[in-house]
Every structure is written in C-alpha cells, then in structure tokens.
Design a binder for this molecule. Structure first.
Ligand code: HEM
Length: 423
C-alpha cells in the first residue's frame, strides 16, 4: 500500500465534527492498525499501539515543525512554542521544562495548591452551589501562580480573570465557532501581560523569587545562546501555567467517576496510596482529553507495509490507544484495579504523549498532573456533598470534551479532619 494513493477527500473538517471517534472509527475499518486519510491538504497515516508510539516519537521518522495548524498555535500552545520545535532547538528549549519532572518540584506544586483548595472548600460550604470545574480552575490558577512566582492582583479579581482565560485557551482550540475566537482573545491578552512581566523582571522593575519558574524562564537561553525573546518566554511560561490549570478537566472527571461509582469514594477514603495512584491513571486513561497527536514524515518511510512519502502527516490516535481493547480488555469500563493487576508500560498509557519526556515531546508535566490529581482526588473523595439533577453527559463530538454541567455540587462539608490530614 502506498500513502500517495490516499483518499483525495480532505478529512480535516469531518474530523472536527466527529471528534474523538474519528480516528478510532477509521482504524476499526483497518484491523491491521494502519489507516490512510488526508488532513490539512496532505496524505496522512493514522497509527496506534506501543510500537506505533516508538515509530512516531523517533525524530528520524517524524518531526513537529509544520505539523500544528495555526489556529491551534494561536489558542492552545502559542506560536514558537516548544511543541513546534525539533532537534537541537527542541532539546535546548525543553531544558527549561525538565526540572518539572523532579519529585521536589512536584511536591512543591502540590504543597502550594492543597492549602488553596482547603481554603476554598470553606467558601464552597457557604455557597448554595458550586461548579467543581470552575472552582477547581480558580484554585489551580492561584496555586500554580504562587508556586511559579507569578504575581496576581487578588483585589482586582485577577486570579478569576486569568483562570477564565486559561480555560478558554484550552476550550477553544479545536472549533471554528465563538469558542475559538474567545480562545484567541484570551491568549493575546495573557501573552501581552506575561511578556510585560518578563520584560519587567529582566529590567529589574519586578522581582522573580529565586528558584521560581518565572526566574528560570527569564534566564533561559535558546540553542544559539541568546535569551528567549520576551514573547517566547511568555509563551513558555504560559505553557506551564495553562496546562496546570487544565487539570481542572480531570478534577471534574474525578467528581464524575465518584458520582457514578460511589464505591470509588470509599476505596479512596481508605487511604491506600497504590489504589489512589491507580485511580488517577484510570481517570487519565478513561476520560477524553487529547484526541490525537500529529507530526510530519521527515523522509520516505514505511510503516507496517505502507509507504509514507516525506511530508505526509502521521497521526497518533491517543484516545483510541487509551481505549484499545487489545491493550485494556474492557476499555470502556472505569476500573482502576487494572493498574494494580499489571504494571503499565511506558508507551501503553499515553494521555500525555509517549516516549521519553527528556529527549522527545512527551509532556513534562505528567508527574505534576499525577501529583496534583492524587492530592485533589483524595480531598474530593474526603468531602461530603450532594449532586443535584444536572446534565452530566460528556459528548465525544466536542473537542476537548468536558462534563456538560461542570459537576455542580451542594451542601459541601468536610466530614472529619482525619480525611484531610490523611493526604
Ligand atoms: C491536564 C493535564 C495534561 C494533559 C492532558 C497534557 C497532555 C499533553 C500532551 C498530549 C502533550 C503532547 C505530547 C507530544 O506532543 O508528543 C503535552 C505536551 C506538553 N505538556 Fe502537557 N498535559 C497536561 C499537563 C501539563 C502540565 C501540568 C504541564 C506543565 C509543565 C504541561 C506542559 C506541557 C509541555 C510544555 C508540553 C510540550 C512538550 C514538548 O513538546 O516537548 N502539561 N501535554
């Protein structure tokens, strides 16, 4: 089979309309795990499975330059972001993010977010109703900014504004409608503000706490030895803050899982750390977030007997792999125990990409995400609340998916101090 003879109809728009089921549907028609299509005007190969992950993450095969469409850069990642770089330029930029993989950094972020959550819980108790997605986004914004050394004018409601903008950037990257334009405006606004912050720190008009993410981005240098352009530094600082706040998607998914399977709440309250870790993996596997990843073939390639010409797109089906029956057996059942029964291989569970985060494009925030979710899932499970009637559906046609209601809760109470201090 030759990819040059791929379908002539471009699937970019139908892909947006079909959402998460697009590539899994295509791959179902090709049980050998290889499907041909056409996106962004180019022939494209869709792949999944641990071996495909290794093929995709080998930069002698697939690179990122030119793979991400402009509308995604203008909303989700920012232009000139680390996501778009290859080779030496990528490795030099990635150096800025690598300390985030360290256990002490992960613990530091969790230690900043947890007290903010605990303070917020007291407020939720006084409110008639709170939407967990929204309040978690504010908690995460306040916590990550304190940790990263980013100043916020609390009196002016800056935390809530920033939280809304960061959520909008994620929410609007894959649609052509008003959500997309909201995302673009949010990004422009915050890039401008963060660029000013970088310039102020460099000129001494503002202080960056020693050892903070803000201080690091202001000092970081490109492979050429030059300081990052202030706009690029702002883009990369946002590439730490924004995805950390996006953990609110998983907090709402956690609440969804606890509501539909109340026994999970009891298991988490039991305080078994291995079970908590398994639960968090299952939330990241089961619930939809990143649909697929794209790269460009750097030379004429062959994958499973299919010839892939240089310049063709290669798409890694992230959602499909996390729901692949061959890998998971019962992929559409929420069952954390699966992660206690079998150790998961590096390239099997890929909600945040595959391969090695140090050398490739795998998410450098995976440890931060897991650390935060372990702490917040335990705290959420430790709370008592009621869940009024609401629309808890999650549409797989919407990218990114989210619980439609955001999970509204009432009568929030901390049943005992023991539950909170067990974290
Ligand atoms: C909400 C949870 C998160 C999800 C679902 C997520 C998902 C992803 C995915 C799918 C990728 C692409 C991997 C690739 O291109 O091969 C990625 C890359 C990235 N993520 Fe995350 N992420 C999350 C949290 C974080 C956090 C907390 C950070 C903070 C540091 C972060 C920073 C990044 C960066 C900088 C990249 C680009 C890495 C590169 O291109 O080398 N992410 N993430």
């Amino acid at each position: 089979m030759d990819l040059r003879r791929s379908p002539v109809i471009d699937r970019s728009l139908p892909a947006l309309a079909q959402g998460y089921s697009w590539l899994p549907g295509l791959l179902r028609e090709h049980p050998d795990g290889v499907a041909r299509t056409r996106v962004m005007g180019k022939p494209a190969l869709a792949v999944r499975g641990p071996e495909a992950v290794r093929f995709f993450y080998d930069e002698h095969n697939v690179q990122r330059g030119g793979a991400l469409p402009g509308p995604v850069l203008s909303t989700l990642f920012g232009h000139d972001a680390v996501h778009t770089l290859d080779g030496g330029a990528h490795r030099a930029r990635k150096e800025f993010f690598l300390p985030l993989l360290q256990a002490d950094r992960i613990a530091g972020l969790v230690e900043h977010v947890v007290p903010v959550w605990d303070d917020a819980v007291r407020e939720w108790n006084r409110a008639e109703q709170v939407v967990l997605f929204d309040v978690a986004s504010v908690v995460l914004t306040r916590g990550v900014c304190r940790w990263a050394g980013v100043p916020l004018d609390e009196g002016a409601g800056e935390t809530e504004h920033l939280a809304r903008d960061l959520v909008a950037m994620v929410d609007g990257f894959a649609t052509a409608g008003p959500r997309h334009w909201r995302a673009r405006r949010a990004r422009s606004r915050q890039e401008e503000r963060f660029t000013r912050l970088v310039e102020d720190v460099r000129s001494g008009r503002a202080a960056a706490p020693e050892g903070s993410v803000l201080a690091a981005v202001c000092r970081h240098r490109e492979a050429t030895g030059e300081l990052l352009h202030p706009h690029t530094a702002a883009v990369e600082l946002l590439n730490v803050i924004r995805p950390t706040v996006a953990v609110c998607w998983f907090v709402a998914y956690t609440a969804h899982a606890l509501h539909l399977q109340p026994n999970q709440r009891e298991r988490l309250r039991g305080g078994d750390t291995a079970y908590t870790a398994a639960f968090v993996h299952e939330v990241r596997r089961f619930y939809p977030f990143a649909p697929f990843l794209g790269g460009v073939a750097v030379r004429d390639l062959s994958w499973q007997g299919v010839s892939v010409p240089a310049g063709a797109m290669v798409l890694l089906d992230v959602f499909g792999q996390n729901h692949d029956e061959e890998l998971w057996g019962d992929p559409y059942v929420f069952r954390p125990e699966r992660f206690l029964e079998h150790a998961v291989e590096r390239d099997e569970l890929i909600p945040q990409g595959g391969g090695e985060p140090r050398t490739g494009h795998r998410c450098p925030g995976e440890g931060l995400t897991i650390g935060l979710l372990e702490a917040l899932a335990l705290r959420l499970a430790g709370l008592d609340y009621t869940v009024p009637d609401q629309d808890l559906r999650i549409s797989l046609r919407r990218i990114p998916a989210r619980v439609r209601s955001g999970v509204a809760v009432r009568d929030v109470r901390v049943p005992s101090e023991r539950t909170l201090t067990a974290v």
